[in-house]
Design a protein. Structure first.
Length: 438
């Protein structure tokens, strides 16, 4: 029997495995490594986060992105975006270096057992574990606007459904959304001679600012410190104190989760969008989409009674992801039904990332409502992996081997300490200067 089985081999799953193995837990990670990064993002995309905020997590300072890039003869430099292909390759390298027991089979079912869980692999093998960490990433939680759900994938897809966009060369494509995925997808399409239309509900596009230099006067750093989610004390709090975020009042956490680090384009894609000749239609919502002579007839509504119709070959919905217990279908119903969803439908998680079902631990997007916005980004793995393994050790009746999560600079901190000024900012005070990266 395993002490811990990890379901999902993306940045969170691999990071959890690295820490669990270092603690001596009998563990294994199941899933195709870096699958969403390798097969669900088009060629030519870049990471929005800074290279130094895109590390997978292992004990100490080993196996960082900058080390991988140095081995290739390249650099991971602040202010210079990293190609998605490079990051995916880095994740595979990390898996080879830091994870001993990686099985690329998919887990199809997780069920309760008298002493933990049983897990079934895609080829029918049954495994047993005392605890499980579910780190399946964002793909199970793709969100499509209701008006688009009646059409097949021949005419409507989610932006995460494409490893390349070549099939759309010369076509007419409508991209829905106003965030980074929508804007970069639209730019890539236009750069390959696709006729592109961008439809977004927001009245205007939001762009992140160019990050300030890494080295700068101390007083500028004090006013707006760098963090894994951008500059400013509020972003620093989200990025570096997820354990403290969890201790905020639930109403405050819910408000932050709904509004913080909302849709915005990276500074480096702004000029590409401007130069691409994209037909941008803002302040509009898709209210109907139907087939008409083999194409998609779309109706959008604007302010008041303003209605507009157009026809397109294909709609790509870059409309994000919505975590919910209902979509965690890998869990048997008797496990899933005990997850204690919050009002938005996402599962609640306790200290150590343990769900309401004892021994079932969650990681990534599904924990953002409790541990904050950083859980939507790779950077969140830095906190999650060691803290989750702490929780597993407590569940197994062991004393965790470390004092607290390591934050940039090698300092340890109490995950539940809320700096007074930061807590005030998170609860509605004035944020520090600087725009978020996410």
């Amino acid at each position: 029997m395993y002490d811990l089985l990890i379901v999902g081999a993306g940045p969170y799953g691999l990071s959890i495995a690295a820490h669990a193995e270092a603690r001596g837990l009998r563990t294994a990670v199941f899933g195709r490594p870096m699958q969403s990064w390798r097969h669900h993002m088009p060629r030519g995309m870049f990471l929005k986060s800074e290279p130094w905020a895109s590390n997978l997590s292992a004990p100490g300072t080993a196996f960082r992105l900058e080390q991988y890039c140095a081995g290739l003869g390249t650099t991971a430099t602040h202010g210079h975006p990293i190609p998605v292909e490079t990051f995916a390759s880095y994740g595979l390298w990390f898996a080879r270096q830091a994870v001993t027991h990686l099985d690329e089979r998919m887990i199809t079912r997780i069920d309760a057992a008298p002493e933990g869980f049983t897990l079934e692999t895609e080829d029918g093998e049954t495994l047993r574990a005392r605890s499980v960490a579910l780190a399946t990433g964002v793909l199970p939680y793709m969100h499509l606007p209701e008006a688009l759900r009646g059409l097949t994938e021949d005419h409507v897809t989610h932006s995460s459904g494409h490893s390349d966009l070549d099939r759309f060369a010369g076509a007419d494509v409508t991209v829905v959304g106003g965030g980074q995925a929508a804007l970069e997808t639209a730019a890539l399409l236009a750069e390959q001679s696709t006729r592109v239309r961008l439809v977004a509900r927001a009245p205007g596009l939001v762009w992140n600012s160019v990050p300030p230099p890494w080295e700068r006067p101390w007083w500028k750093s004090l006013r707006a410190p760098h963090s894994g989610l951008g500059c400013g004390w509020r972003n620093w709090f989200y990025a570096e104190r997820p354990g403290a975020f969890r201790r905020l009042p639930e109403r405050t956490r819910a408000g932050i989760s709904a509004t913080a680090l909302g849709p915005a384009g990276a500074w480096w894609v702004r000029d590409r969008v401007a130069a691409a000749g994209i037909d941008i239609r803002l302040g509009r919502t898709i209210v109907e989409a139907r087939l008409a002579s083999g194409r998609v007839r779309v109706r959008t509504a604007g302010p008041g009674a303003d209605v507009e119709d157009f026809t397109t070959d294909h709609v790509i919905a870059a409309t994000g992801f919505e975590a919910s217990c209902a979509r965690m279908t890998v869990l048997a119903p008797r496990v899933r039904n005990l997850l204690a969803p919050n009002p938005e439908g996402a599962p609640r998680v306790r200290r150590g990332f343990e769900s309401a079902y004892p021994g079932l631990f969650l990681a990534g997007l599904v924990t953002a409502a409790d541990f904050g916005p950083s859980m939507r980004f790779v950077h969140g793995a830095t906190y999650t992996a060691p803290a989750l393994v702490d929780g597993v050790e407590r569940h197994l009746g062991r004393q965790p081997l470390r004092g607290g999560p390591v934050v940039p600079g090698g300092r340890r901190h109490s995950a539940d300490t809320v700096p007074e000024t930061v807590a005030a900012a998170a609860d509605g005070g004035r944020p520090g200067a600087g725009g978020p990266l996410g």
